[in-house]
Design a protein around this ligand. Structure first.
Ligand SMILES: [Zn+2]
Length: 101
């Protein structure tokens, strides 16, 4: 999917990004419906595959949200602070999507 990497590096860690089905994501999130999930023990970001209920734009925004969970986890800085993670995710998404060169 455009603009979502398969993997990226943060310090010594390689973070993998996997697109999975809604039911599998909910199971991995402990039975809670979710668009995405970062699992530090697996160094993996799971995102819901785009479908009728979950548009590509939502998946992309979710990627930036989960990216900040991963960034803050590596930086040992409030990685479970949902408000901070979400704000930073939106801001980076806006900066990247509106960037001109
Ligand atoms: Zn979150």
């Amino acid at each position: 999917m455009k603009r979502i990497p398969k993997s990226f590096k943060l310090m010594a860690h390689t973070i993998t990004v996997q697109l999975i089905e809604e039911e599998e994501l909910e199971r991995r999130a402990g039975g809670v419906p979710a668009y995405g999930l970062f699992v530090p023990g697996e160094l993996t970001i799971y995102l819901q595959n785009p479908n009728r209920k979950c548009k590509r734009s939502v998946v992309l925004q979710t990627f930036y949200h989960e990216l900040f969970h991963a960034l803050f986890w590596v930086a040992n800085h409030q990685w479970t602070n949902e408000k901070l993670v979400d704000q930073c995710g939106h801001l980076l998404h806006q900066a990247v999507s509106t960037a001109e060169y």
